[in-house]
Ligand binder design. Structure first.
Ligand SMILES: [Zn+2]
Length: 55
């Protein structure tokens, strides 16, 4: 599911960012689509996470 079910806008392109916050699940992002639908997506922490930082 990578398109808006209402208008077909690609989910990879954020039309309008409403809010983004951290939860125990990961980063939760609320966006509004070009058609006005509000979408919520969760990006888990283990995807693309920085696990080590060099000194
Ligand atoms: Zn849409």
């Amino acid at each position: 599911m990578d398109e808006c079910p209402r208008c077909g806008w690609p989910q990879s392109k954020i039309y309008e960012l409403l809010s983004r916050h951290l939860t125990s699940e990961g980063v939760v992002t609320y966006t509004r689509c070009a058609c006005g639908a509000v979408q919520m997506r969760v990006q888990p922490f283990d995807a693309g996470r920085v696990v080590t930082v060099g000194d």
